[in-house]
Design a protein around this ligand. Structure first.
Ligand code: CP
Length: 310
């Protein structure tokens, strides 16, 4: 396949061939990660700027590591320590950064659509590292790859995503990646946090965690995003945890070889018990490891001679 994409803004318009191509490229990137010296010169002379307007542990760090493994110059921009704190707009900030001729801007922003907006105003490539509750495409791709590694396929698997579906950009990207690859998707949470409209296209919506977990191959738990909630969606965290938290008793309904996923950060004891988070069936840290390879693949495809303008 020939890679023609300049930006990665979401998975809504990704074909299955493109997703498979990214996963195949990530597979070859993983070989670099097994070497003593985990570095190749693929992006020497290219600059990647991590422009993060929201906090992040996994995504920002793995983009930084991915860029450095490919020998790019990686610059981390934090909004708190920048002129954004003096009132500079996203557009002015981005145009100033673009004037310094990076190859790629990796943007995380609390506003849905921020990455699309930026891509129309800068000349470099833009990767969406999470925009509001819209999309988190690199998470959607790394989740796809993490499942393929352990289950060897996605088609026909029962994959249940449980928690704050309403505010989750991870769900929206996974509906495209896992949905398009033929997963049998279940979305579960309190009725206030699971929009009924999401039940189209072969997706089952349920408010019953037992229905979601029963015979599941993959159970993906999500954090309650209190920072995006403008009203009370459930009586208390304690009650939420009692009805929608995953514990060993509920997880015993899943298939024997089922795996547990979580994009992080985990609120231990709320959506997931300590015991399960640290169990042998948890592939949460495998997701993080896979994220570096997926981000290396995307940086390489965008800046390594395929789509970049600088
Ligand atoms: N999964 C994820 O986006 O985690 P961070 O917020 O730590 O980047």
């Amino acid at each position: 396949m020939e890679w023609r994409r300049k930006h990665v803004l979401g998975l809504a318009d990704f074909s299955t061939e493109e997703m498979e191509f990214v996963v195949d490229t990530a597979r070859s990137m993983e070989e670099v990660l097994t070497r003593d010296i985990k570095k190749v010169p693929a992006l020497r002379g290219k600059t990647v700027i991590n422009l993060f307007f929201e906090s992040s542990t996994r995504t920002r760090t793995s983009f930084e590591i991915a860029g450095k493994r490919l020998s790019a110059d990686v610059v981390n921009f934090s909004s708190a320590a920048s002129s954004v704190s003096k009132g500079e707009t996203l557009l002015d900030t981005a145009k100033n950064i673009d004037a310094m001729k990076p190859s790629i801007i990796v943007l995380r922003h609390p506003a849905s659509g921020a990455a699309h907006f930026l891509s129309r105003h800068v000349s470099c490539s833009v990767i969406n590292a999470g925009d509001g509750s819209n999309e988190h495409p690199t998470q959607g791709l790394l989740d796809l790859y993490a499942i393929l590694k352990v289950k060897k396929k996605v088609k026909g698997l029962k994959i249940s995503i449980i928690g704050d579906i309403l505010h989750s950009r991870v769900v929206r990207s996974n509906l495209h990646s896992l949905g398009r690859m033929g997963a049998n998707l279940y979305l579960c949470g309190p009725s206030t946090l699971v929009p009924k409209e999401m039940s189209r296209g072969g997706v089952t919506v349920t408010n019953d965690i037992r229905e979601a977990v029963r015979d599941a191959d993959v159970v993906m738990m999500l954090r309650i995003q209190l920072e995006r909630q403008k009203t009370a969606y459930f009586p208390s965290l304690r009650e939420y945890s009692r009805k929608y938290g995953l514990n060993t008793e509920v997880f015993s309904l899943a298939k024997k070889d089922a795996v547990i996923m979580h994009p992080g950060p985990i609120n231990r004891g709320v959506e997931l018990s300590d015991e399960l988070a640290d169990s042998s069936q948890s592939i949460i840290l495998n997701q993080v490891e896979t994220g570096v390879a997926i981000r290396m693949a995307l940086l390489y495809l965008l800046a390594g001679g395929y789509g970049a303008s600088h």
